[in-house]
Design a protein around this ligand. Structure first.
Ligand SMILES: [Zn+2]
Length: 235
């Protein structure tokens, strides 16, 4: 799963309006942000097998720290705990934790059975939807579009940066996704790790977009005590 994680991060703004989009992107992508670091450190392993599945050539040989269910839950608690300690925003912390865990839950239907329940577990989970290019395209594009729909109804641009920044980010995500899907398979695991490191850039980018947008006031959730509707927060 790739675009779908960003879709969920965008939609999460509705559930935790005071959390920055940078934070929700970080949380939803956390396991994949950690992964290239552990690949380069030699802790986790991936192999490229051209033609393995219609939508992915990656054979995730060893994935215990970033993509086991137990560790996903541990990371979720840790990231949510740190967020709460810094921001003191309970709803935000719950949403952040949920997003970290959601990464595993969204990956599970797409992967071949290669996601362990815990490090060293023999039980490997995966629904194998990557075997179908059509299903992959529908699910990924659908989740991103739904997330963008919710985000653009929850926030409005304060200036041109707030609108063009958002659409440029979405366009670049789609280009990344299409490149991975239709381009030649990467030559080796190091190349995968370095291109995955580039995903970190979307975190400050999303935070910057969010600073240039304001929450849309609805009758449902009027800010209390005349609090400014501007999202303001960077964290
Ligand atoms: Zn993942």
């Amino acid at each position: 799963m790739f675009l779908g994680h960003f879709g969920l991060a965008l939609a999460a703004k509705r559930a935790a309006p005071r959390a920055s989009l940078g934070t929700t992107v970080f949380a939803a992508q956390f396991l994949d942000l950690l992964w290239p670091l552990l690949l380069l450190a030699g802790v986790e392993r991936v192999r490229i097998v051209p033609g393995l599945m219609e939508a992915s050539a990656l054979d995730f040989e060893h994935y215990p720290v970033t993509h086991s269910l137990l560790m996903a839950a541990v990371w979720a608690l840790l990231v949510a705990g740190i967020y709460y300690a810094v921001r003191r925003y309970r709803t935000g912390a719950l949403v952040v934790g949920g997003l970290v865990l959601s990464h595993w839950l969204l990956d599970a239907p797409m992967h071949r059975p290669d996601l362990p329940l815990w490090p060293g577990s023999d039980v490997l989970v995966g629904g194998g939807l990557w075997h179908s290019l059509t299903a992959t395209l529908f699910i990924e594009a659908g989740l991103l579009a739904a997330g963008a729909f919710v985000y653009t109804r929850t926030t409005r641009p304060l200036n041109r940066r707030g609108s063009w920044g958002l659409w440029a980010m979405i366009a670049l995500l789609v280009v990344f996704f299409a490149g991975a899907l239709f381009g030649p398979p990467p030559p080796d695991a190091r190349t995968i790790a370095f291109s995955a490191l580039a995903l970190w850039l979307f975190v400050p980018w999303a935070a910057w977009i969010d600073r240039n947008r304001a929450l849309v006031r609805t009758q449902h959730d009027q800010p209390a005590h005349g609090e400014l509707a501007r999202t303001g927060s960077i964290g």
